[in-house]
Design a protein around this ligand. Structure first.
Ligand code: 2HA
Ligand code: ZN
Length: 270
């Protein structure tokens, strides 16, 4: 089957990154069944020939109007599709879509008639917000990292920046590679408009990764590998915390002075 990725190395590379990350999510046990979502703004790689190609679906309503997404193009996971399937064949488990000129509909362009994730409106709302802010971030990731989700079952870690402070103090790399920490979104119904709005409000407090209580994380970054890396370092820190607790003690954590020294040495925000 002819793919839009043929002879489009930049687009192909971006979508291969999605497949790579989808494989990691499955291997890490963060993507049971069809859990998680990935949406990447690939507009920069769309050429005139692709623009002229007829879509394979009619316009479908997004459910909201997103003014900055006019004629933006996204690669997104298909509804009900599994990350492990996306890892094997991204163009069979996901779709390339174009937002129509009214900013309220999308059309599937390629390769197959794969209906995008039910979380599409919330992912697109985040991309609209990122563009409005002038952010260079083009990728959004939702996944279920086990230890981070476990933390949110204790109110202590839902206090603003309590989990961030603890996670940063487990191993220096956490603050170095996730310097904005972990925002917290109190429990809301999956796929709901309220969850999308609360996610955007929390990202706007200058977080790249937000935690949905008792559900999973939502992360944004320049590309999907970088978004994954931020979640990976945070979850590693949560694993170290859990390992210490399993050894029968509360870990000491790095001191405030050690964290300050790290921020100064690496010129980190906050
Ligand atoms: O789309 O994880 O929360 C699968 C999910 C929704
Ligand atoms: Zn989920």
């Amino acid at each position: 089957m002819k793919s839009v990725l043929n002879n489009r190395p930049a687009l192909k590379e971006d979508i291969e990154k999605v497949a790579e990350v989808a494989g990691y999510l499955w291997q890490k046990g963060w993507a049971e069944r069809n859990g998680g979502n990935i949406t990447v703004n690939v507009t920069a790689w769309i050429d005139d020939e692709l623009r002229a190609q007829s879509p394979i679906s009619g316009p479908r309503a997004i459910g909201m109007t997103l003014p900055r997404l006019r004629d933006c193009w996204f690669f997104c996971k298909g509804t009900g599709r599994r990350m492990r399937d996306l890892a094997r064949d991204p163009m069979a488990g996901g779709a390339l879509i174009r937002i129509t000129d009214d900013c309220a509909h999308y059309q599937i362009v390629a390769d197959r008639l794969v209906t995008p994730t039910s979380e599409l409106p919330s992912h697109l709302a985040v991309h609209d917000y990122l563009l409005a802010k002038g952010s260079p971030y083009r990728a959004s990731l939702h996944t279920h990292p086990t230890e981070l989700v476990a933390l949110t079952h204790n109110k202590k870690w839902l206090e603003k920046d309590a989990a961030t402070r603890m996670l940063w103090s487990m191993i220096p790399e956490t603050k170095a590679f996730c310097p904005r920490g972990l925002g917290i979104v109190p429990y809301l119904l999956p796929s709901s408009l309220e969850l999308a709005e609360a996610t955007i409000r929390t990202l706007d407090q200058d977080y790249d990764v937000v935690m949905w209580e008792k559900h999973g994380v939502f992360a944004v970054d320049t590309d999907i590998v970088s978004a994954f890396d931020q979640v990976d370092v945070l979850n590693k820190a949560a694993q170290i915390y859990g390992a210490a607790r399993n050894m029968g003690f509360e870990p000491d954590g790095m001191t405030d002075a050690q964290l300050r020294e790290l921020s100064d040495a690496f010129d980190l925000p906050k």
